[in-house]
Design a protein around this ligand. Structure first.
Ligand code: ZN
Ligand code: ZN
Ligand code: FE
Length: 757
């Protein structure tokens, strides 16, 4: 007795070889019917014996292609039609869009093997790819994911490629971006002046020659341009720094393979797995110090990654040194991804440009993850991860657009039962970066075919994104919700879990700076949170940022402010190394500004306390990039030293740092011990407040938790005392996660306003 089933598979099931897999499975089980891609997911119709149909369902989940993710299956028994064979049908164009788009993927093992096989017709072809690897999101113009909807539409398949594309048993069956030297994109090398020098194999050969000579190249990669140079020459690094206008911020280095990499950093098995994964992120790992110091001055971590495109493999294979591979842009600007822009702008940095003619539809930076102990902390989420969604255990009634913060900007969209966050968009501080932000928002809205019905922003009136949200809400006549920055950090962790936060939690939001509900600058906050309810129960004892914005860079202003709070005018006569780097008149001027509160706003930021503390110890007087001082402090941390500074609780609301500063003045001759005691002390005060709070669940977020030792020590102490801890695992704890938190808050607000009882 034969039966028939109709199955809908929802999840990441397109562009991953799902249909050929279904085809092969049906064939082996003598089932007939069809399969096709619809905008709702993969649809399957199957006929056969009951036993074989059950086998099919079992194997569908168990043996699905490695890159696919089945979120759910809808199975229905339908009338038996008596079909004779199994077919793969053409995709359906219309319909609702419920599909998830796959991120861009690093080259797979099979393609890598073929790349260096002399007899393969894609031998040394820089655009070799198959259904298991290659570009996805970055070449997509609209869904469904089909070749004619990607930038590969400009390359009609040659007969050989077409045969592979149409053969369900081939690894390249319906692999949309496939190509070969006959029909596909090719390389071209240009001089900085814009003259075409060579193409294809010759372009590669010359590129390697120039790299050996210490030249800087702009190389078009998978999702954007990189600036590339040899990583072993301090002079080359200095030239790149001055041209890119990036004085000290560390550069990432790409290594030929694991064997080469192992000499330079300390690697665990899990690190290797991550580095070799299709996401191929940059990992910040303990540096063995074999490369020039000006790559990552003052830090003990090195950002490393492995070749993830055929082009990277071809470039690195015969080079005797690793390469700096850093985003192709000027400091903090969006990554360049179009040939024309590269030729006009990156040529100011690069001596040569290695271009190709496969257009990139949207540019994404490399993702960055830091390992501390056995924990991984996202620093930047982009290529390889965007646009995978977060799934919620509740649905949103309306489409929500959350615009994020201003630094490390991202935006998020909540619709149906998910939140999709954009890739890292850099800092938004001027008209150019704001218009880039706006273009990206419209790009996502168009791609997913949705339009916002609610918009969520930060509370900061001077964030460009807040102003933009206000304008958008007025123009479109949709409501605007504003969420305090540090609450958004905590909600970003809750969002990752996707659950309704019914249980009360302690949210520890430790951060650089964010706009507070009392209009001062917050960043050392403890909240009790339940659903939409929150109460701010503790914060850091406030101090002044002398000179406002200037104090974010010049850490000595913060050190002085802490000293003025404790000693008043007497601080002027203290004998401290950092004071000697300032003129007496400057110190006096800072004192007057502090005393009269002239351009010296008050803050409760732990991030700024870190800054002041490093100035006091003489570790870092000036942040040339965001987070420099705390990162330098982190380098000094000694994991086996368990002493801690006595942070205390004052007036039942403030964490007091006065005794800590007094102790530092007594023993700052050993900066390493001081740094360790400082971090341990901060972890202990979190534990103390957790105990006072009366809740069992502690949520940690905010940029300060990019600090590995602090995160590790805090988790250790809390777990030891039986607390349940939650932290960002899939998103950055820094402002890159703000839009996720905002979007989730929006979803809760729609579902539970009026709030939970
Ligand atoms: Zn492949
Ligand atoms: Zn071809
Ligand atoms: Fe923040």
């Amino acid at each position: 007795m034969k039966k028939a089933l109709q199955i809908k598979v929802v999840g990441v099931v397109q562009g991953v070889g799902f249909r050929p897999f279904v085809y092969r499975l049906a064939e082996t089980l003598s089932l007939t019917g069809w399969v096709f891609n619809s905008s709702e997911g993969v649809k399957i119709y199957l006929e056969g014996t009951e036993e074989n149909l059950l086998f099919f369902l079992e194997k569908l989940k168990k043996e699905a292609p490695p890159l696919s993710q089945i979120y759910h299956l809808e199975i229905q028994e339908v009338p038996y039609e008596g079909l004779e064979d199994f077919k793969i049908l053409k995709s359906e164009e219309k319909g609702k869009i419920e599909l998830d788009i796959l991120p861009d993927l690093g080259i797979c093992k099979d393609c890598l093997l073929e790349l260096f096989q002399r007899e393969d017709r894609r031998y040394r072809y820089p655009f070799i790819t198959c259904v298991n690897c290659g570009p996805r999101f970055s070449i997509l113009e609209k869904i469904p994911y089909e070749r004619e909807n990607t930038t590969m539409k400009f390359f009609p398949l040659c007969p050989s490629c077409k045969e592979e594309y149409e053969n369900p048993l081939n690894r390249r069956f319906h692999a949309e971006p496939i190509a070969c030297p006959v029909c596909g994109p090719y390389l071209e090398l240009y001089s900085g002046e814009g003259a075409k020098l060579a193409s294809s194999e010759k372009a590669l050969e010359l590129s390697q020659k120039y790299l050996k000579e210490g030249k800087i190249l702009a190389v078009k990669g998978l999702t954007g341009f990189h600036l590339v140079a040899r990583a072993d020459d301090p002079q080359v690094i200095e030239i790149l720094r001055s041209r890119k206008r990036r004085s000290k911020k560390p550069f990432a280095v790409m290594f030929r393979d694991i064997t080469q990499l192992e000499n330079y950093v300390e690697l665990t098995d899990e690190d290797k797995r991550l580095l070799l994964s299709p996401q191929a992120p940059i990992l910040l790992l303990p540096d063995k110090g074999l490369l020039p110091a000006n790559l990552n001055e003052g830090l003990n971590t090195l950002g490393v990654f492995l070749p993830y495109t055929p082009l990277h493999h071809l470039l690195l294979r015969d080079l005797p040194f690793p390469l700096i591979v850093t985003s192709g842009n000027f400091s903090d600007e969006p990554i360049v991804f179009e040939n024309e822009e590269a030729l006009s702008r990156l040529s100011q940095i690069a001596d040569y440009l290695l271009l190709h003619n496969r257009p990139i539809k949207r540019g994404l930076d490399d993702s960055v993850i830091k390992r501390s102990g056995t924990f991984y902390i996202f620093i930047r989420r982009a290529r390889g991860y965007t646009p995978l969604p977060i799934f919620l255990k509740l649905s949103t009634k309306k489409v929500i657009l959350a615009v994020g913060a201003q630094e490390r900007s991202t935006f998020s969209l909540a619709f149906k039962n998910k939140i999709i966050s954009s890739h890292h968009l850099g800092d938004i501080e001027d008209v150019i970066s704001l218009s880039h932000f706006e273009r990206c928002v419209y790009d996502f809205l168009k791609l997913y075919g949705i339009w916002p019905e609610i918009i969520v922003s930060d509370l900061h009136p001077r964030y460009e994104t807040t102003r933009w949200a206000l304008e958008f809400s007025q123009k479109e006549g949709i409501p605007l919700i504003q969420l305090q920055h540090h609450l958004a950090h905590i909600y970003s962790v809750l969002a990752e879990k996707g659950e309704i936060p019914e249980e009360e939690v302690l949210g520890v939001s430790w951060d650089g700076t964010g706009y507070g509900l009392d209009k001062t600058i917050w960043g050392g906050e403890f909240f009790l949170i339940r659903g939409l309810h929150f109460e701010r129960i503790f914060t850091l004892r406030p101090f002044s940022l002398i000179g406002g914005e200037k104090a974010l860079k010049d850490t000595r202003r913060i050190a002085l402010s802490l000293l003025f709070e404790i000693f008043g005018e007497e601080a002027l006569s203290l004998d401290l190394p950092f004071l000697k780097t300032l003129r007496e008149s400057e110190v006096l001027m800072f004192y007057q500004a502090w005393k009269r509160k002239i351009n010296s706003p008050s803050t409760t930021s732990i991030g700024r306390l870190f800054d002041g503390f490093s100035a006091l110890l003489g570790i870092c007087y000036y942040n040339t990039y965001s987070g420099e001082a705390p990162m330098r402090l982190e380098k000094l941390y000694q994991p086996n030293f368990k002493e801690a500074y006595p942070f205390s609780i004052k007036e039942g609301f403030y964490i007091d740092w006065e005794e800590v500063i007094r102790e530092v003045l007594r023993d700052f001759s050993n900066p390493s011990a001081c740094a360790t005691k400082f971090i341990n002390g901060l972890a202990r005060i979190i534990l103390e407040i957790a105990k006072l709070s009366g809740v069992r669940k502690v949520v940690l977020s905010g940029g300060v938790f990019m600090n590995g030792p602090l995160m590790l020590e805090t988790l250790r102490l809390l777990k030891e005392e039986g607390f349940e801890t939650l932290r960002n695992e899939l998103f950055p704890p820094n402002d890159g996660g703000i839009s996720l938190g905002q979007a989730f808050y929006g979803v809760l607000k729609l579902n539970f306003d009026p709030p939970l009882p």
